[in-house]
Design a binder for this molecule. Structure first.
Ligand code: UDP
Ligand code: MG
Length: 318
């Protein structure tokens, strides 16, 4: 019987975690009861450097319930790294993995459906939102624009699927061989391949605590998604550069004509416009090159994506 590990990233989740763990434990017990997964299945909570009681809650739950375990990062490494850290630490304890946010905005009832699909032979089961009713207009609009843009620049993504998904052990093994620091899991998983399917669910509003993804972090993730998977922005700058050069030829002819007609002094406005226009384009071009250079800089250092301070999983094994 396959062992299921549910990986839960948690950052300052003291309000939501106790309830979420109860609910997840029920889901797990039911799956075990119905012989869908092994009795040795687990819930592994990754404490991503929380400043509140999150780790204490994890430790207490782990003491009381042998199905609950956790790892504790030495500081905050961010959601994507918490997911990959959890999968890395838990890989040898499971055969199939589900990742879900600690606030359980994603519907836990989709988990049994994912397991069912796994038993049918699917290695990856994406949880995708059937509707965005609970989102603000702004979030819905930006999400739509983001998926359209990603599609346009050639990054393959499952629409409306975030990081609630099932992955088989062999997919996790492949996922862990992607060593990039600038992680965008949603972009990597479809690249791994293997049979995959989608389970739809309705995403709820966060009940307890508040979002740990302010607009700035969201934009950061989107930007990582674009620049880690596509060099389309660089091509765009090249096209812009070519266009500008073309325009400057036109300007050359135009100024020559003006000179021979005797209107040369009028060139002041066109010079001013050109200076600003070219300066702007150069700055954009430089900054985009800088962005990629920065990514190369970060990747070549090969620093760890996360650092584990405490690991209850290895304590369990003792
Ligand atoms: N999270 C994390 N590290 C961070 C930020 C968030 O592990 O630096 C976790 C958080 O605890 C939650 C998940 O990532 O389990 C998603 O965060 P949240 O629910 O706040 O995002 P939202 O649903 O608002 O996009
Ligand atoms: Mg949430």
């Amino acid at each position: 019987m396959d062992k299921l590990v549910i990986v839960v990233p948690a950052y300052n989740e003291e309000e939501s975690l106790p309830k979420s763990l109860r609910i997840l434990d029920n889901v797990l017990q039911e799956l075990i009861h119905k012989n869908q997964v092994s009795v040795d299945s687990k819930i592994v909570v990754v404490n991503d450097g929380s400043r509140d009681l999150t780790w204490k809650i994890i430790e207490d739950n782990a003491k009381e319930n042998s199905h609950i375990s956790g790892i504790n990062f030495s500081r905050n490494f961010g959601h994507q790294n918490a997911v990959i850290g959890g999968l890395t630490a838990a890989r040898k304890y499971g055969d199939v993995f589900v990742t879900i946010d600690a606030d359980l905005q994603d519907d836990v009832n989709a988990i049994p459906k994912m397991i069912e699909a796994y038993h049918q032979g699917y290695d990856v089961v994406y949880g995708a939102r059937s509707a965005r009713k609970t989102d603000t207009k702004f979030k819905r609009w930006t999400a739509e624009a983001f998926y359209a843009l990603m599609n346009k620049i050639g990054v393959e993504m499952i629409p409306d699927a975030a990081d609630f998904r099932l992955t088989s052990g062999r997919v996790v093994d492949e996922l862990l061989s992607y060593k990039e620091r600038n992680l965008f899991l949603r972009g990597i998983v479809p690249k791994i391949g293997f049979p995959s399917t989608v389970v739809y669910y309705e995403r709820k509003e966060r009940e307890l605590g508040e979002s740990k993804y302010p607009l700035k972090k969201m934009l950061g993730l989107a930007w990582d998604g674009i620049t880690s998977f596509s060099i389309a922005p660089m091509h765009f700058v090249l096209a812009l550069g070519l266009l500008t050069t073309l325009i400057s030829f036109v300007m050359l002819v135009y100024t020559a004509i003006q000179y021979f007609i005797g209107h040369a002094i009028q060139g002041w406005s066109s010079i001013m416009v050109s200076i600003w226009f070219l300066g702007g384009i150069q700055l954009i071009g430089l900054s985009i090159i800088g962005e990629y250079l920065g990514k190369v800089f970060n990747e070549t250092k090969g620093r760890p994506r996360f650092i584990i301070q405490d690991n209850l999983l290895s304590d369990d094994a003792k």
